[in-house]
Design a binder for this molecule. Structure first.
Ligand SMILES: *Cc1c(COP(=O)(O)O)cnc(C)c1O
Length: 396
């Protein structure tokens, strides 16, 4: 990359382009599939294995990826502002890789209370089995000084949080970590790296599910872990190798292809989501709307300070007179919003938030049902008509 190019939008588009061979090149790199890597000579075998052993990201076997993977890593490196990127077969596996690489038996980890549910439900029991203890802290209370122990090693954050989009003061967490010799790892899936770069705000490791906006078309499972710290990169690489994590070249290509248009898609998702959020604020059945681009959202000031924009996620709580059966009927009455988990694709989705996951958010002391919308690229007036119709049918 030409170092004179500074705008992230330009750098992301030019990272990992196909290279010239005999004077001509494709735009994106081709899909290069392989298991075996062939070496031109025994000397090349020795040389490349030595480079890999010394920490260079060269492939000596198909599990390490090919030119397609190197191109995707370069593009994610531009998104995250990271020198080292590791690909994983899902967002969840990227998170598990981070915990396993950075923690050892007897360690203690601090985890934000509003994290992606499977961190609590799947990863915490795995950590407990390995003798690693976790303490949850309230997203809105700042760095959890009271919960710090002599064996605390890692602070795990996700900002904005899942379902309600709580935003933390990440630079304050970075300062807290420096003071106590901790590592900060951040789940950056909400921003996709396009809207926010945790590594520039005090985090040491940034994780994203490229399943979501990098993929962008609801047909890909993938994750990535990024860092600028060589020592952490080596620990992540060692664990990545031990777990044998590998991403197919076709999937790497899909994510690279998606990243080329991530900026225009996110801008459109954000415009549509804001229109839907503003409509919901005027709806009788709705008590509260969660979306950080709304000026009256409690996270708005931090969002304006640390983020370049918003995405398509909008959640809302029903008025107390409506219970979860109303919420389910409402979602069933929608025609344009499919009922489903995950998000980041072109299409609109609705999901009744599981009550147990909402209870984990210490700043949400309500029994009201919450619906999470992923606002897609359909025309917003059609989406608002669909929502209005579903409210009339189920909540009057
Ligand atoms: C979806 C999601 C994940 C998990 O990604 P998968 O690719 O579905 O495993 C992790 N973190 C957040 C915040 C997510 O929304």
């Amino acid at each position: 990359m030409d170092e004179r190019v500074h705008a992230p939008s330009t750098r992301v588009l030019h990272a990992g382009l196909g290279t010239f061979d005999d004077g001509a090149a494709p735009v994106n790199v081709p899909v290069v599939r392989t298991s075996t890597v062939r070496f031109a000579s025994a000397a090349d075998y020795e040389r490349l294995h030595r480079l890999r052993h010394d920490g260079e990201n060269v492939a000596t076997y198909g599990r390490h990826g090919t030119a397609t993977h190197r191109a995707l890593e370069a593009a994610i490196g531009e998104l995250e502002g990271a020198a080292h990127v590791l690909l994983a077969p899902s967002g969840l596996s990227a998170i598990t890789l981070t915990f396993l690489a950075l923690l050892a038996p007897g360690d203690h980890v601090l985890i934000q209370d509003s994290v992606y549910g499977p961190v609590r439900e799947r990863i915490e029991p795995l950590l407990a089995r390995l003798g690693i203890e976790a303490t949850y802290f309230a997203a809105q209370d700042g760095p959890p000084r009271h919960a710090l122990r002599a064996n605390t090693r890692l602070v795990y954050v996700e900002s904005p949080g899942s379902f309600l989009y709580e935003i933390i003061d990440l630079p304050a967490f970075g300062a807290f970590a420096r003071e106590h010799g901790l590592i900060v790892a951040a789940d950056n899936t909400w921003s996709a790296g396009w809207l926010h770069q945790p590594l520039a705000y005090g985090a040491h490791v940034s994780i994203q599910a490229t399943t979501k906006y990098a993929g962008g078309h609801s047909d890909l499972m993938q994750g990535a872990v990024s860092t600028n710290e060589a020592a952490l990169a080596q620990r992540l690489r060692d664990t990545h190798e031990a777990l044998g994590l590998s991403v197919g070249a076709d999937d790497a290509y899909l994510a690279l292809r998606g990243i080329r248009t991530i900026g225009v898609r996110l801008a459109q998702h954000a415009r549509h989501a804001l229109a839907v959020a503003q409509y919901l604020q005027g709806e009788n059945a709705v008590a509260r709307v969660f979306h950080p681009a709304l000026p009256d959202d409690p996270n708005h000031a931090l969002w304006q300070r640390d983020f370049r924009g918003a995405n398509g996620l909008v959640s809302f709580a029903f008025m107390p007179r409506h219970d979860v059966t109303h919420a389910r009927a409402f979602v069933d009455a929608l025609r344009l919003f499919s009922h489903g988990a995950s998000w980041g694709g072109f299409e609109s989705l609705a999901l009744v938030a599981p009550a147990a996951r909402l209870r984990a958010h210490s700043d949400f002391a309500s029994d009201a049902p919450v619906v999470r919308l992923h606002v897609g690229l359909e025309h917003p007036s059609d989406l608002i008509d669909d929502l209005r119709r579903a409210f009339r049918l189920t909540c009057t």
